[in-house]
Design a protein around this ligand. Structure first.
Ligand code: NAP
Length: 282
């Protein structure tokens, strides 16, 4: 039995579908099973990662966990929750992030610091672990969907920031390959899409795929930061996002071939991801 957390989200939802497709028995964690829309065949169980005591039913009889962690939001409960999970599960595949450091010292209030915290707890738990460390998700561009639908003009920061964005389906496929295979203990896999594009090129690609003109408008970093804070991002995380974009403009993120090595299929191009989500932008 494989437990998938974050099962109602982007990567977890794909993981549930793909584990079922691979013939695995899948249990999906959701804080509100009544509203969770999951593929037929998945057993949906209530649980909250911020409340370790709520997880017993979800963990009963579980051998492996595909762990998506609500970064920062449940970190206060992380030691007890990871202990609870690894009392039951023999193997954990954790959805971490590229840039997470193996050395201590990352700011625990930052996104990468949160991933470092969870990785450390899993490493010390005694469970067999594998960390998936994807770079930027193609789905991050959905933050521009309303602007593209309304005007076609994307106002955001550091248009030169360059990343090989990855399809959520490829991240899930890597996790499925790891958990249904062997030989992945203590591996940290950096996962990316197949081609690095600037944010300006990403906006152009979205326009070309949906058949509507799109245009980039550069926003000053301090204005973008204010927008993130207004959306409720904690300041360390918001500053980390803006600074991260500045670094990606100066030093483009490299591609890896890990998706293909793990799954046997090349990583999905960004334009294909846009086609899969075209209705969100139209
Ligand atoms: N975006 C990027 O570029 C990027 C890059 C690398 C890594 N990551 C990491 O990817 C992860 C997010 O994955 P995603 O985008 O697939 O998620 P998502 O679509 O944002 O969905 C979030 C999921 O987390 C669940 N969740 C939230 N709070 C929870 C709680 N207290 N207990 C149990 N479940 C909870 C939600 O489930 P319910 O609300 O239904 O309970 C939902 O299924 C984060 O850890 C992020 O740091 C992101």
């Amino acid at each position: 039995m494989i437990l998938v957390t974050g099962a109602t989200g982007k990567v977890g939802g794909q993981a549930v579908a793909q584990f079922l497709g691979a013939g695995a028995a899948v249990r999906a964690l959701a804080r509100d099973p009544a509203s969770a829309r999951l593929p037929e065949g998945a057993e949906v169980v209530r649980g909250d990662l911020a409340d370790p005591g709520s997880l017993d039913a979800a963990l009963d009889g579980v051998d492996s966990v595909f762990l998506v962690w609500p970064t920062l939001a449940a970190d206060h409960a992380a030691p007890a929750t990871i202990e609870r999970i690894t009392e039951h599960a023999r193997r954990v595949v954790y959805l971490s992030a590229r840039g997470t450091s193996d050395a201590p010292g990352q700011d625990p209030n930052s996104i990468l610091g949160s991933h470092a915290l969870i990785e450390g707890l899993i490493e010390r738990s005694g469970a067999e672990w594998t960390f998936l460390r994807p770079g930027g998700f193609a789905a991050n561009t959905l933050m521009w969907a309303a602007q593209i639908r309304e005007s076609g003009v994307v106002r955001w920061v550091h248009g030169a920031a360059t990343r090989p964005l990855i399809h959520e389906r490829d991240i899930a496929a890597a996790g499925v390959s790891v958990l249904t295979g062997t030989g992945h203990a203590e591996a940290r896999y950096v996962l990316t899409g197949p081609e690095a594009l600037t944010q300006v090129e990403q906006v152009t690609a979205i326009g070309e795929v949906i058949g509507r003109p799109t245009r980039w408008e550069e926003l000053a970093p301090e204005i973008a930061l204010r927008e993130l804070l207004d959306q409720g991002w904690p300041s360390a995380a918001a500053e980390g996002i803006i600074d991260g974009h500045a670094r990606l403009a100066a030093t483009p993120e490299s591609t890896t071939s890990t998706v293909e090595e793990l799954t046997g299929a090349p990583a999905t191009p960004f334009r294909r991801w846009v086609a899969d989500h075209a209705d969100d932008f139209r």
